[in-house]
Each structure stands twice: as C-alpha cells, then as structure tokens.
Design a protein around this ligand. Structure first.
Ligand code: UDP
Length: 422
C-alpha cells in the first residue's frame, strides 16, 4: 500500500495563514508556500491539515481547500491581528489547542512540517508529547537576518536558540537553496540533517499570458518601459533602493518610464506604515506622475502584471528564497535582484537577469537600464528565465520531492532528543 494514503500530516504555520489573501497584513511567501505545498501533497494522497492562529473573529475556524486539504485556525491569544514578533507567547496555547483538536478528530498525525521558528517551537514541544516526525523549513533565518538590521529585537535570543535546536533535533531540515544550507552550517549548527528542496511556483498560471495581451489588459502602451515590484511593504524588502534607483539620473531621463509597486495594505495597517514612507519618498523625488501603487494584487491579475513588465526588481536586503523572483521568471520576465540568499540560487546573472549588491541604488539603476535599453536581450533573458523555472522550480516537482522525503522518514522510527545529541 502507498504509505501516503491515510497518513495524516500537519503543516504548522502559526503566523502565516495559508487561507488568507496574500499581499497584505504581513501575508507573503510563507502563506503561499504552505498553501501550495498542502494542496500539492493532498493531491498526492496525503491527508493534510494546515494549522494557523486565528487572527479575527470573522474568520471561519476551518477552511476546506481541496479533498484531504484544509486550514484549521486555532484560538491562541486574541482573535485579532498580532505582529509576528509578538506571537511567541501564544505558542504554548497554540499547541494545547492543536492537541485538543487531534484528540477530538480521533486520529494521530504522523508527521509535522513546521514553518518559521514560531512553528518550530510548537513542533518540538509536540515531539516531546507524542511520537511524531518533524520536518522544518525556516523561511527566514535569524542568524542571517540580524546581520542586516539595525535594531535587534528583544526576542532575538529566544529565536536563535529555537532555530539551533530545531536543526539539531528534527528528523529533517529542508533548506530551500544551497545558500541557506551553507548559512545553517556556518551560522547555526553542524549537527542535524539538511536536505535542499526549493520553493516552487505554478508554471501553468505564470506564463499563461504574453506581454502584448497583458499590456492591453492593464492599459499600458507598447512602448512604455515598465519596472515592476510586488511584495510585502517591509523595510527589509528594500523598496526604497528601487525608488532611489529609478529616481536617479541614470533612469530618470528615459521616456515613457512606468514604475509599478504592488502589494501592501491600507495606510496605518501593519505594512501600511512602510507604504506611507515609500509614498513620501516618491513625492519628495517628484516621481508621482509615473509611479503606480495598485495595492494588493490578487491571483487573477498577478500573472498579467508580471507579463506586462519589462523587468521585475527584487531589492531585498535579505531574502531566504524569494518567490517573486521565480514567479516573474516563470512569466518570461527577467529579474534584477539583490545578490543575497536564495536570489543567488534562482537568478542566474547574465542569463535570467542580473544580481547587484543590496542597498546600492546606483548599481540597481545601471542593471535596470541595461535591460530596458536592450529589448532583444531582455527577451532572451526572459526566455531563459522561463526555462530555468520549468526545469527547477515547478510546484509539482517540489511537492514530489517533499512527498518522497516524508515517505522515507515515515519508514524509520522517530528521533528522540537523546539520539539527536542535543
Ligand atoms: N503577493 C501577492 N500579491 C501581492 C503581494 C505579494 O500575491 O500584492 C505574493 C507574491 O506573489 C509572492 C508572495 O506574496 O508569492 C511573496 O513571497 P516572497 O517569497 O517573494 O516574499 P516574502 O513575503 O516571503 O518575504
């Protein structure tokens, strides 16, 4: 019998709800990853429950996504939005609710796949209470992140300790790029098992519409030069670098320039603060005339925006993987990205886009200009970008690798803390 049928697995994403609209209220890559992995694994035959924290009284407690795949929202702390740096104190309550849910359901999960350090702590505590296998994906690594931020938060030591312990005690850590594995080994611990399985994207959805049709749909003229950003509004995303690059003399003189900055919630709400700051810089540099903020871009229009762009820019200070880069590439759009983290894995310089030092406005301006000034080369880069994603980053391929990993782990007895040497 296929090991995956009837096996119940739990994906935990305490702060990244897989069932919410992506692009606002801190919802980004982790939410997309969990939802896509969950659905793809369910399609393979696994019974997948994705656990997250209930962040509003309006939200249903259970959302069915597909046969054998649902999101379960647990009450832990207030049923209201809580910024991720304040969620740790509710993780104990989260586990208690999860165990209650499991008891009422009348079956036991055989494997927990935790996402981000908050969920890692829930998964590790669960392992203490029940024989269950744990697979962990970091999504962001404190040891790297704290190198690029000015204010280290009070929770940092707790996070770093949990990130070390989960590497050493889980059955398997999944790094999403060779760069992440290197960081784990050099900055976190040499103990523990690490596999590399990248994040993926939907190669049918991204790439389904071409540049001409996309521009017609969005009302963009054929000769406009479109520079596109999409993602959360978080200072770490480096949107300011992009804005200053586009506002620099290198690009400013170009005719028919259009800067589209997608994503973000309403002013005053979590990432709305960064959006207001960015809008202020745009106004100060006199760029309002050619800059558009479409707000959150939903699933229906996102492939159209990517396809309409001449270049997609990912100016993050630190990026563990960066789904936006592979979504753009899948859409045949070259990427100019910071030379950091997972972007060094996904973007191949001079082949699928360009990599430049983070926070370097002038370098971004030069790289964007090179692509905008050479339409034939731009199309060639776009072609190779699409090919790279088809070969390496399709969701089907990624979920297949994860499913194989789960099956292999479930054939073995669970690792205890003593065995892990921790
Ligand atoms: N996203 C979206 N609409 C928006 C803004 C973002 O669908 O308006 C999605 C984007 O397509 C990507 C994810 O949010 O799938 C962001 O993931 P990424 O890994 O690039 O960044 P993270 O949010 O994890 O830092």
């Amino acid at each position: 019998m296929d090991t995956r049928s009837k096996q119940h697995i739990a994906l935990i994403s305490v702060h990244g709800d897989p069932a919410v609209e992506i692009g606002k209220e801190e919802a980004g890559g982790q939410n997309v990853y969990v939802r896509q992995v969950g659905e793809a694994l369910a399609a393979q035959g696994w019974h997948v429950d994705m656990f997250t924290r209930k962040a509003s009284t309006q939200q249903p407690s259970i959302v069915e996504h597909a046969p054998r795949c649902r999101t379960i929202r647990l009450t832990a702390g207030p049923e209201a939005f809580v910024p991720r740096q304040e969620i740790f104190e509710y993780c104990g309550e989260f586990l208690e609710e999860l165990l209650k849910f499991q008891q009422q359901a009348g079956f036991e999960y055989s494997l927990v796949h935790s996402n981000y350090w908050l969920s890692a702590s829930v998964g590790m505590e669960w392992k203490q209470r029940q024989s269950i296998k744990q697979v962990h994906v970091y999504h962001s690594l404190g040891a790297v992140k704290y190198q690029s931020v000015d204010n280290i938060p009070a929770i940092a030591n707790t996070r770093l300790a949990i990130e070390k312990k989960v590497l050493e005690t889980s059955e398997r850590t999944v790094a999403t790029s060779p760069q992440e594995r290197e960081h784990l080994r050099s900055l976190v611990s040499t103990i523990g098992n690490v596999d590399i399985i990248p994040c993926g994207t939907d190669i049918r959805r991204f790439g389904a519409i071409d540049n001409i049709e996309a521009r017609q749909k969005l009302g963009i003229e054929a000769d406009e030069k479109v520079i596109f950003y999409v993602g959360r509004f978080d200072p770490r995303k480096g949107i300011e670098t992009l804005v200053r690059a586009v506002g620099s003399s290198q690009l400013r003189g170009k005719s028919k320039l259009k800067l589209i900055i997608g994503g973000g919630s309403r002013p005053g709400e979590s990432d709305g603060i960064e959006r207001v700051r960015i809008e202020g810089i745009i106004a100060e540099l006199g760029m309002s005339e050619f800059t558009i903020f479409p707000g959150r871009i939903g699933d229906d229009l996102l492939p159209t925006y990517y396809a309409a762009a001449d270049v997609c820019v990912v100016p993050s200070h630190y990026e563990p993987f960066g789904l936006v880069a592979i979504e753009a590439m899948a859409s045949g759009t070259p990427v100019v990205a910071s030379d950091v983290g997972g972007l060094q894995f996904t973007v191949v310089p001079e082949q699928t886009g360009l990599l430049v030092p983070p926070k370097d406005d002038a370098a971004f301006a030069k790289a964007i200009d090179r692509i905008l000034s050479n339409p034939d080369w731009r199309n060639q880069l776009g072609y190779w970008a699409r090919t790279r994603v088809e070969n390496q980053f399709s969701w089907d391929g990624v979920a297949h690798q994860l499913g194989e990993l789960y099956s292999k782990l479930l054939e073995k007895p669970a690792k205890t803390l003593a065995q892990s040497g921790a």
